[in-house]
Write a protein that binds this ligand. Structure first.
Ligand code: FES
Length: 84
């Protein structure tokens, strides 16, 4: 599934407002990696927990922890069936 997340929005909150649920086994603390998403377009900052879970190649391909993504600008995000 591909979604368009508006600017100035926390991705996880926006998904919930749309009735879309991603796995958040650790409650959004960055500890489980179950919420992995792939940012296809737009800027999503890489934080410390993203670096724990993903290789540089995966980060370059847009993989992020969905629970940690804050959209400063609009984002196009893939919610994959399978995580890396
Ligand atoms: S919900 Fe666990 S890392 Fe995002």
């Amino acid at each position: 599934m591909i979604v368009e997340c508006p600017a100035n929005t926390r991705l996880q909150n926006w998904l919930l407002s749309q009735g879309i649920h991603i796995l958040t086994a650790c409650g959004g603390r960055g500890n489980c990696g179950k919420c992995a998403v792939r940012v296809l377009a737009g800027e999503a900052a890489i934080n410390t927990m993203d670096r724990v879970w993903f290789s540089q190649a995966q980060l370059d391909a847009g993989w992020r922890l969905g629970c940690q993504v804050y959209a400063k600008g609009p984002l196009t995000v893939e919610l994959p069936e399978r995580r890396p």
